[in-house]
Design a binder for this molecule. Structure first.
Ligand code: PLP
Length: 394
């Protein structure tokens, strides 16, 4: 029973289905549901945090973040967008706060915000929590899950104030090309809306290269995080990059949410910034190996199809078994393997499952053998019926 004083906003959102999957899974399950790297922080970062404690950094810091960290982030990003300075940066408590604060600062109750479907679980609830309306734009497997600018254009209305783009993408692993980034930035410029570009997997690209919205800050806010690239999702630290006028508005809103990001964590990250590329190089190579293993194995499972994802650390195969993704995921979870049903990421995710390869090769191989034994013998759909399941070919 919901107490009467709970807001309509609160009841408009549910817990993420991902959380429910983890609550249901057997304790000893093989975990391919996970959305965080299985490597930890580099040594310099651990030492930096110890030093911060030794130095007694226990006070509030500036709302926009410690100046040395903002400067360090700007220096790191300058090769992607030469004009960036510390004034374009605001440090956040992870990308989760970065996205929410952007929504609060940029959208009104009348706003429509385009969100990817399938797309990460934050975006539609964040729109609802600021009384804006999330409008899904579909991503297609045959396009490598890149948005189609012409379809996006068809969804624009006088109320469109924003669009969320996520590349490399969760759950799809899709990576957007430079051409698509440019086309979407031009659309935003022509139609007067802002792009919120979630680039938390920018260091996890295995084919091609990451195309950022950083060169288009007149029309975009870039969200990023140290959770994935430094292996510290529990430390809760990330950042926003935007035009200086927008940064001031974001900071005002952020103050009322968090006051400031954690001072010792910022101090440590500022020390480790220069190491991100070295830290990532080996991990990226290892993740690429796991990616290939997972794609290869998935494609040997009857009815499963998985094009190699170019980035992030997820595979998002389609399947033709006659079962909703929730049903199939439940059977797989009961067999002791954690995966996430595609519909957790929007209606267009039905007919898919998400498997994370931030897991050891043994877990990937053994887990997918269990998946094979679950689906073998299950009734299959014809390709026409399969297409009807979600209005697009599977
Ligand atoms: C696409 C995407 N954006 C944002 C986040 C949240 O990142 P953070 O830990 O920085 O809040 C995640 C976490 O899985 C993610 O996958």
């Amino acid at each position: 029973m919901i107490p009467i004083m709970v807001s309509r906003r609160a009841t408009s959102v549910q817990y993420s289905a991902i959380r429910e999957v983890f609550d249901r899974a057997p304790k000893d399950a093989l975990n391919m549901g996970i959305g965080e790297p299985d490597f930890g922080p580099p040594e310099s970062l651990r030492r930096g945090l110890q030093e911060a404690i030794r130095r007694g950094l226990y006070r509030y810091g500036p709302t926009k973040g410690l100046p040395e960290l903002r400067q360090g982030i700007a220096d790191m990003l300058r090769s992607r967008a030469p004009g960036i300075t510390a004034d374009n940066i605001m440090v956040t408590c992870g990308a989760t706060q970065g996205v929410m604060t952007s929504f609060q600062a940029l959208f009104d109750p009348s706003s429509e915000v385009l969100v990817p479907d399938p797309g990460f679980v934050l975006y539609p609830p964040d729109a609802l929590l600021v009384d804006a309306e999330p409008v899904p734009y579909y991503l297609w497997e045959e396009d490598g899950f890149e948005p189609r600018p012409d379809q996006v254009q068809n969804l624009l209305s006088p109320r469109t104030d924003g669009m969320v783009v996520n590349s490399p993408g969760n759950p799809t692993g899709g990576v957007i090309s430079k051409g698509t980034v440019k086309a979407l930035a031009e659309l935003a410029e022509d139609h007067g809306f802002i792009i919120i570009s979630d680039e938390v997997y920018d260091n996890f690209v295995y084919e091609g290269e990451h195309a950022s919205f950083l060169p288009y800050l007149e029309n975009s806010v870039v969200v990023n995080s140290f959770s994935k690239c430094l292996g510290i999702p529990g430390w809760r630290i990330g950042y926003l990059v935007a035009d200086t006028g927008i940064i001031d508005q974001l900071a005002k809103v952020s103050y009322y949410g968090i006051a400031c990001p954690s001072t010792p964590i910022q101090y440590a990250v500022a020390i480790a910034l220069e190491e991100i590329e070295d830290h990532m190089r080996d991990h990226r190579r290892e993740y690429d190996r796991r990616r290939r293993l997972m794609v290869e194995t998935l494609n040997t499972i009857p009815g499963f199809r998985c094009a190699p994802p170019k980035g992030a650390f997820y595979c998002f195969p389609s399947y033709d078994q006659d079962a909703s993704c929730l049903e199939l995921a439940n059977r797989i979870i009961s067999a002791g393997v954690i995966c996430i049903p595609g519909c957790a990421f929007g209606d267009a995710g039905d007919g898919h499952l998400r498997f994370s390869y931030a897991a050891s090769p043994e877990v990937i191989s053994n887990g997918l053998e269990r998946v094979r034994s679950v689906v073998e013998g299950m009734p299959r759909l014809s390709s026409a019926a399969c297409g009807l399941r979600k209005g697009k070919p599977c």
